[in-house]
Write a protein that binds this ligand. Structure first.
Ligand code: ATP
Length: 374
């Protein structure tokens, strides 16, 4: 898919801007604090309805204003689709084809974007929460069912945890309601677990090939889904539900004593194995970076496989974080395949040579100038 046009109105430091993009590589270049990341963020928000930098939508609205608008046209194999998001103190409204969507979950999936920022290089060495967030964010874009199930799971988890605390401090005594909450939680949790198993298996296939290539055939990569149920590719949702519900029943007293839910996909993780060794514990920084890069690039192919369309790729200041070999791999892997937006304060010679006919936009104080490419 291609984002042909973007319009920003009172979004962050952009007053009123309409920009037409290159279907290939778009370079957003400028000094610090001019609005490069804000532009990538706008595309990301147009894709997922929320920002990767803040959970407070109000921050997206220009400080002098009361509302903001992001709109754009996405071109897919089925045709052109106009998308629009409005933010105000009353909340946000999402429109597809000029029609307001009753639920944001109906909107997500129209425009898919993969964001790669320097912090993604710590996907491997960062906390398990980072990897769970990664799974939820990426798999939600590929499957509205996943988005729904993960959302329901989160809501029920909050309810169950609140109830467990009330039982712990004896503000409640009725365990029947706890059983009902655990039953529902196990049902949505099982859906999330089986979907993660499925998506990670496919992601592994793509990532292993890329990793081998980037490491010049020296390393093999495997991805293991770490979960308390130890599911395999053959485990059904029903089996996972039964197993998870049993864990809740068997550990009811422990969960009450701890005032929190101990089992479920909110405790999952991903283990990355390079040449069969856990790269988080034993890998060099370079191996960890190669792993993160392979996994990010693999997402592009996974998304194409699952949705039939390539996503957009948003690269926020990552080139400067990668050495020449990894830069070369990244840039050759995306050329002529995915529409790419990359921010940088200066483009290295390597990148200039590798990028095919980019459009270069110079950003200064929330305005854009197109640079003629020499
Ligand atoms: N809600 C807002 N209203 C107005 N201006 C904002 C708002 N939010 C952020 N800004 C301004 O946007 C600018 C930051 O833009 P951005 O994060 O895109 O920088 P950048 O060009 O990516 O820089 P760097 O290279 O340092 O990452 C800052 O000047 C900040 O003050």
């Amino acid at each position: 898919m291609i984002l042909t046009e973007l319009h920003l109105h009172h979004f962050r430091n952009y007053q009123d801007l309409t920009v037409h993009f290159n279907p290939g590589v778009n370079v957003l270049i400028g000094h610090n604090a001019q609005g490069k990341t804000n532009m990538l963020e706008a595309i990301y928000v147009l894709s997922l309805t929320k920002s990767h930098r803040t959970s407070n939508d109000h921050e997206l609205i220009n400080w002098q204003e009361k509302s903001a608008l992001i709109s754009g046209t996405v071109e897919k194999s089925i045709g052109k689709i106009p998308l629009e998001l409005q933010f105000s103190s009353k909340g946000k409204k999402a429109k597809v084809n000029h029609l307001e969507q009753a639920r944001l979950s109906q909107y997500v999936g129209q425009l898919n974007a993969i964001l790669f920022a320097p912090e993604d290089l710590s996907l491997v060495k960062g906390s398990p929460a980072l990897r769970r967030h990664f799974m939820d964010r990426e798999f939600s874009q590929m499957s509205s069912k996943y988005l729904y199930n993960a959302g329901q799971y989160r809501t029920l988890l909050r309810q169950k945890n609140k109830y467990l605390k009330q039982l712990k401090y004896r503000q409640q005594t009725d365990r029947v309601l706890l059983g009902v909450l655990s039953d529902q939680l196990a049902a949505f949790g099982a859906e999330v677990i089986i979907a993660r198993q499925h998506f990670l298996k496919h992601l592994e296939g793509w990532a292993a090939d890329l990793h081998q290539e980037i490491s010049l055939n020296k390393e093999s990569l495997r991805l293991e889904y770490v979960n308390q149920l130890k599911v395999s590719d053959d485990t059904t949702v029903e089996e996972a539900y039964q197993a998870l519900f049993k864990l809740y029943q068997d550990n009811e007293q422990r969960e009450i004593e701890q005032g929190t839910t101990i089992y479920g996909p909110h405790r999952d993780d991903i283990r990355f194995l390079v040449n069969d060794k856990n790269v988080q514990a034993f890998g060099s920084q370079g191996q960890q970076r190669t792993t993160a890069l392979s996994v990010k690039l693999a997402e592009i192919d996974l998304m194409k496989e699952q949705t039939g369309e390539y996503p957009l790729l948003l690269l926020d200041d990552v080139l400067s974080e990668l050495d020449t070999i990894r830069q070369t791999h990244l840039l050759t892997a995306i050329q002529n395949k995915v529409q790419t937006f990359l921010t940088t304060t200066s483009l290295s010679d390597v990148a200039r040579q590798l990028i095919n006919e980019p459009t270069i936009f110079e950003i200064e104080h929330g305005t854009l100038n197109k640079e003629e490419v020499k």
